[in-house]
Design a protein around this ligand. Sequence first.
Ligand SMILES: [Zn+2]
Length: 127
Amino acid sequence: MMINGEWVKGCYYLDRSLKEYRNNRPHFHDSWRIDVVYDNHRFRSRHKTAAEAEKALLLLKEQHIEEYVATCEWCGRVFEVCSGYQRFCSPGCKAAYRNQWRRRSLGFMVLDEHGRRLTQKVIPKGK
Ligand SMILES: [Zn+2]
């Protein structure tokens, strides 16, 4: 999610779920919870205010900053991710990667007797 224009993993939310029954009357939670996974470990905690929850998420980001770095699959540049799942450092690299596949798939394109393209997908076996 975005916090102050910065991408941070995880989320925080106001928890108003049922806490307990006291004197036969329900009491509800009234706290902000954070929930985020780093290094296959789930971090959860409770906070009194939304600002505290945001701070906790930002602190966890600092502590796991290495998970915010990825290598571009097209140009190999190391970059900081600014969304959940990002494989390319720029839209240009994403487009270049896609075009590569389009060009490759042309090899499998077949024309019918009228010269029209048949978009027939041929997937080589064992690959
Ligand atoms: Zn790139």
